[in-house]
Design a protein around this ligand. Structure first.
Ligand code: 0X9
Ligand code: ZN
Length: 428
């Protein structure tokens, strides 16, 4: 800059500094969301128009109730979506005009950290953060720490599409304290439970809760079950939400088209293809074949092998959001074996949460109370493993913040699930 008058030059520098600090640039992981809108669609969608738009990759369903949908609409698709909704007799209002700007404003809530917050370093992470979401590296650092305990076994059950480890944590009951069930000829078996977290990348509260469950199991004298937890079932997707796109849902596998990623909760061999999408650009893309993805293959292989010896008594898949406890089937409205029993225990789950935190959760059948979708962990566990109690838990909240749940809700969410789990394990 050539300054003819020194005063003018100083003024220019000051003004440009103010402008730069007043308009912070969009973080990289919010850039894909610039000018994306949130639409609240009202009316019962009997014809499945909204699901059709989602399966074509035109909208992203963020949430729904029986007679409304919350959609993310990219600017390039707005005209098409508007016409399709109008033709179906559905009305909409736009509640967010620029998701990137909206989320950037709320960043302080999502990344809240109390003054006494601990910080994990690569070789020291003694507990999961209670009021801050952890990066993938920090999660791995915590796993390295607990791997030193004689009560846990931490091992990689396979690699993701981009080569990250998929970690399994096994927390062993102390001999003699294990809850036991009789099988066959009076043989005694230790009870076992499987918990999967983070299969959908943007549902950060899922992995955060899984880590807090691990931590709580390790804090108590000894669990009475064999506990198997995969806290980060989709590590590549999770990293991608931090670096590139906060609302990424799928894994980062290559597809036959130009869009990346497969919805891992549509990729299991559980009536694969029914109520899912064959379009790689859809958020609910089911993949080129059942178990096309290394993440679902690793989970399946491990679950099959453990179930062969230990037969799971409970399988939980942690998701967000909506505060519902879903039980199979999700691919058909035909009731699954043990439907009344799953409802009974689901109600115990919901009641225990209510008693702990006052939050209301509802136990419902997945296909009837939510929507039809195949290829999910829960239906596969029910059908292929024959697990009696299987649930997909949609954690907090009910839509106020959705996937970008403020970090000060990590601890209360995890604690309500922890307490409910205690009540559920007591009745299995
Ligand atoms: O659609 C899903 O994969 C789950 N909901 S989410 O909003 N977290 O994406 C629900 C899956 C329920 N189970 C089946 N449909 N089988
Ligand atoms: Zn999910």
């Amino acid at each position: 800059m050539r300054c003819l008058v020194v005063v003018v030059c100083v003024a220019v520098v000051v003004v440009s500094a103010v402008v730069t600090s007043a308009v912070p640039s969009t973080p990289d992981n919010l850039r894909p969301l610039i000018n994306h809108q949130v639409w609240e669609v009202s009316g019962a969608d009997g014809g499945g128009v909204v699901m059709g738009l989602a399966q074509s990759g035109v909208v992203d369903i963020l949430g729904h109730t029986a007679d409304s949908h919350t959609l993310r609409v990219a600017p390039t698709h707005a005209t098409l979506v508007k016409a399709a909704l109008r033709a179906a007799g559905l009305t909409h209002t736009i509640t967010v005009h620029d998701l990137a700007a909206f989320l950037q404003k709320e960043e302080h809530l999502v990344h809240k950290r109390s003054t006494r917050a601990q910080v994990c370093t690569p070789d020291n992470c003694r507990e999961p953060y209670a009021d801050h979401y952890m990066k993938f590296d920090e999660m791995e650092s915590y796993l390295r720490y607990i791997a030193k305990s004689p009560r846990t076994k931490v091992r990689s059950i396979g690699k993701s599409a981009e080569g990250r480890d998929i970690w399994l944590v096994h927390i062993k009951p102390i001999r003699g304290r294990a809850g036991k069930a009789r099988v066959g000829e009076g043989k005694i078996k230790r009870k076992a439970m499987w918990i999967e977290g983070g299969i959908h990348a943007r549902e950060w509260i899922s992995s955060a809760t899984a880590f807090h469950l691990i931590h709580n199991f390790l804090k108590q004298p000894s669990p009475t079950f064999d506990v198997y937890i995969v806290p980060m079932a989709n590590p590549d997707g999770y990293v991608y939400t931090w670096t590139n796109d906060r609302l990424w849902r799928k894994n980062r596998g290559k597809t036959e088209g130009s869009c990346a990623g497969v919805d891992l909760n549509r990729n299991w061999d559980a009536h694969w293809g029914v109520g899912a999408s064959g379009n790689p650009c859809s958020e609910v893309y089911m993949g080129s074949r059942a178990f096309s993805e290394p993440e679902t293959r690793a989970l399946k292989k491990e679950m099959e092998s453990l179930n062969r010896n230990k037969k799971f008594d409970l399988v939980l898949s942690l998701h967000s959001y909506g505060q519902v406890i879903l039980y199979p089937y999700g691919w058909t409205r035909t009731p699954a074996p043990d439907q009344p029993e799953m409802q009974r225990v689901g109600d115990i789950f919901a009641k225990a949460i209510q008693q702990k935190s006052g939050e209301s959760y509802k136990a419902v059948n997945s296909a009837a109370g939510f929507y039809l979708a195949s290829g999910a962990t829960d239906d596969w566990a029910k059908e292929a493993l024959g697990t009696r109690h299987v649930y997909t838990v949609e954690l907090r909240d009910k839509g106020r913040y959705g996937f970008t749940l403020p970090a000060d809700q990590i601890e209360p969410t995890a604690m309500e699930i922890w307490n409910a789990l205690d009540a559920v394990l007591a009745v299995l």
